[in-house]
Design a protein around this ligand. Structure first.
Ligand SMILES: *Cc1c(COP(=O)(O)O)cnc(C)c1O
Length: 358
């Protein structure tokens, strides 16, 4: 018998989430963001499922894009951090990778390059994130240099939001206003919306949306309204009970004796730990589903195991099914209980977990 920690990836949910993102911005094209191995879900598998339906894909770097090309993915691919070395430009043109240009050294590399074909360029403007991009008042000079480069095909103007998930903040509107002022008078295509922008800021949809986390079924909006999200979870992280004990009141569980039983407690041990990518910081009470019924984590998460309260499941036994996140327990809930975000949970599932695609 093999260890039972698995991630079941529902590829039809991924496709449905992509269609939902497109339906929110029906006039825009979409860059399906599958950087970091498709947020830990398997970029090649997901890209294949979306196939021709994707307008284009986005990844962080050449290595990630090459993996898709070598697996036969033919859609345009955009490198969100652009190139790290000038030598990457020839390859990008050859492989139909669009490149983000966010700094002057990349403009110089592009001017000096002699690629055998033209390539698309996404010029990044910093409207307040203060990570990558040109200041708004640098745009006109950068743009005239890039327009003069013969091997540049299409140009898209882009920016990135820092707080689009905070619907009560005016930060996104201020970023949009700065963007609009910077690109005024240009007829080039524009792209600003990540998932939160797509869901919460219709004025940000523009010509290209860039959905990431929403494709994986996780809403980026911190405080969703009462309406249930139409997003479908893609990853179901699952395992099984490998031991069940009855502990007397006053007994403690696991390292550091973090949890002490208040009464006689039935405790289940699950084959899932931080070495599988389950967050070690998850607090007592973090939801876990056993046999389809929600219960709670009790005791510190260890490397290969975690422990759950089976008080309400007197018949639960070794081999029974456990869901750590998926349709019964959302990754956002687990993230909130462990001081992180679903993005980090998904990208940290380790190779010890077997991935199954359905
Ligand atoms: C990762 C990324 C996205 C997607 O963001 P989500 O919050 O996952 O939707 C969009 N644009 C850029 C530039 C990114 O790096």
């Amino acid at each position: 018998m093999t260890r039972s920690a698995i991630a079941v990836v529902d590829t039809s949910a991924f496709v449905a989430n992509y269609r939902y993102a497109k339906s929110l911005a029906p006039r825009a094209r979409a860059l399906a963001v599958i950087k970091a191995n498709g947020y830990g879900h398997g970029a090649v598998r997901l890209a294949r499922c979306l196939g021709d339906e994707a307008d284009a894909f986005a990844v962080a770097c050449t290595e990630e894009a090459m993996e898709l090309r070598e697996s036969g993915i033919r859609q345009p691919i955009v490198l969100l951090e652009g190139v790290f070395e000038p030598q990457e430009i020839d390859n990008a043109a050859l492989c139909a990778f669009g490149i983000v240009i966010h700094a002057l050294h990349q403009v110089e590399w592009l001017e000096r390059a002699k690629p055998s074909q033209q390539l698309n360029v996404w010029i990044k403007i910093d409207t307040g994130m203060h990570r990558l991009g040109f200041a708004p008042d640098e745009l006109s000079s950068v743009l005239s240099r890039i327009k003069a480069i013969p091997h540049v095909a299409d140009i898209v103007l882009m920016s990135h939001f820092a707080r689009a998930d905070e619907t009560a903040s005016d930060a996104t509107e201020r970023q949009l206003a700065l963007f609009d002022r910077a690109v005024a008078g240009q007829t080039l295509a524009c792209s600003v919306a990540n998932s939160a922008g797509i869901i919460a800021w219709p004025g940000a949809h523009r010509d290209w949306i860039r959905p990431g986390i929403m494709l994986y079924g996780s809403s980026p909006i911190a405080d969703p309204s009462d309406t249930p999200s139409p997003l479908l979870p893609v990853m179901h992280l699952e395992s099984r009970l490998i031991a069940v004990h009855q502990l007397a009141a006053g007994e403690s569980i696991g390292y550091g004796a973090r949890y002490t039983c208040e009464r006689e407690t039935r405790v289940g041990v699950v084959a899932m730990g931080y070495a599988d990518g389950y967050p070690r910081h998850a607090v007592d009470g973090t939801p876990v589903a056993v046999n389809g019924q929600r219960t709670r984590l009790i005791g510190r998460v260890s490397m290969d195991m975690l422990t759950v309260d089976l008080s309400d499941q007197p018949h639960a036994q070794v081999g029974d099914h456990v869901q750590l996140w998926g349709d019964l327990v959302s990754a956002n809930e687990v993230a909130a209980c462990s001081q992180t975000i679903s993005y980090e949970l998904f990208t940290k599932v380790t190779r010890r977990v077997h991935f199954r695609y359905r």
